[in-house]
Design a protein around this ligand. Sequence first.
Ligand SMILES: [Zn+2]
Length: 426
Amino acid sequence: MKIRAAVIAAIICLPAFAQSTDPQPPMSIVVKAAKLLDVRKGAYVENAAIWIDGERINEVGRATDVLTHAPKNSRIIDLGHATMLPGLIDCHTHIMGRIPEGDDGYVLNLATKSQAFRALEGAYNARITLQAGYVTIRDVENEGSGYADVALRDAIKQGLAEGPRMQVATRAIAAVGQYNPFGVSSDLANFPTGAQMVSGVEEVRRAAREQIGHGADLIKVYADWNHPTLTVDEVRVVVEEAHKQGLKVAAHATTAEGIKNAVIAGVDSIEHGHGIDRADLELMKAKGTFLVPAERHKNEPTTPEQQRGYDAFMQGIQQEIQMAMNLGVKIASGFDAAEASGQGKNADELAALVRRGMPPLEAIRAATLNAAELMGWQDKVGSLEPGHFADVIAVDGDPLKDITILQHVKFVMKGGTVIKDEGSHQ
Ligand SMILES: [Zn+2]
C-alpha cells in the first residue's frame, strides 16, 4: 500500500515538477587557445576563441572580441598554449577494414569473419579514427562487408556508436575477376567478393542503382587493377546514375589509360593515380577532377631488390604530386587505412605528403578545405567559420613547422561535443 501511495504521489507530482523547471536554452561554449589556424587565409589568429551554440560555430576570432559577444554564462574551455585547427577529413579510407597482413589476408578476412563481426570492427575503427582528430571521413569501399558501412554511418548519426561524420561508398563496382579476392578456387562460385563484380553497361547500371538504393553516399569504381578494366562506357553509366542523385563518383586508377578513361567518363576524383602522366593531369585540371593520392606503400622492403622497387615507386609518387601541384590540380588527402595497423593513423598521410614536397599548409588544406569540397560539404566542415559544425581539434606546437604533431592530437570536439581532452595544454 505504501508503495502504491508513493507511486501515485510521484505521478501527481510529476507534471508540477516538470512545469517548475524552466526550459533552458542549450549553453554556449567558448573554446579558446593561444592560436587558431585559419586554413583559408593560411595564417594564425593569435589568442583565438570560438563561440559555439549547439552543434555549430557562431563566431571565430580574437578571444577579446568573441568573449564580449558570447553569453556571460558560456562554458569556457581554455586550451592554453595549444593550436586549434578544423577537425580533419580523410577522403580515402576503408573504415570496415581490419584485413590481416600477408598474401592470404584478404581471402581469410572474407572467409572467417561474419558481417556482424565486421560491423563491430568498423565501430572500433570509427572510434579510434575520431579520437585521432579525423572528425569526417569519406569511406571508399567497405571491402566485402555488405552494407555494414551504411549501418555504422547511421548508428553514429543516432549516437549509438562513436565515430566521424561519414560518407560511405558501400560495396564499390569492379569488372568481373578484376578485384579482390584473388586466388579463390573456381569451384567456390559464391565466395564473397570485395566489390560488386559486373560486366557490361546494364550490369553496371543495376549495381549503381542498388548501391544508391541501399544508402550509398558516393559510388566507387575500379577503373583499373594494374591494367585498365572497366570501359569508358561502363564508368560513364555509373557517373550518370550517381550524378542524377547528386552523388559523386570516386575512381581507383593507377594506370595512365585507366585514369584517362575515368576522367573522360566524368568521375569526380582519381584515387591513387600513381601511374599518372601529364596529359591525365591536364585533363583533370580542365575538368576539375580531384586527385586523392592515397599512396601508402603497404609492404616495407626487406631485400635490396624490393628496396629498388620501393624507391622507384616513391619517386613516381613524388613526381605525381609535384606535377599535380604545379598544374593546379586539386588534391584531397586520404590514408587508405584497411588493416588494423592503419586504422586511426590517418595523419601519417599528411606527414607523407610533406615528405614528398608538399608545403605543410597545403597538406592541411588537403585534409580540410579541399577534402570538404570534394565531399560537397564545404558549407559544413573543413574550416572554422560561422555556420559550420563545431568540429575542432587542438595540438601542442606549430603544425606549419612540424606536420607530424598532427599525429598526436590532444583535443577533439565533434559538433560541439568534446570527444577527447588530454588536458595538458596549460
Ligand atoms: Zn583504398
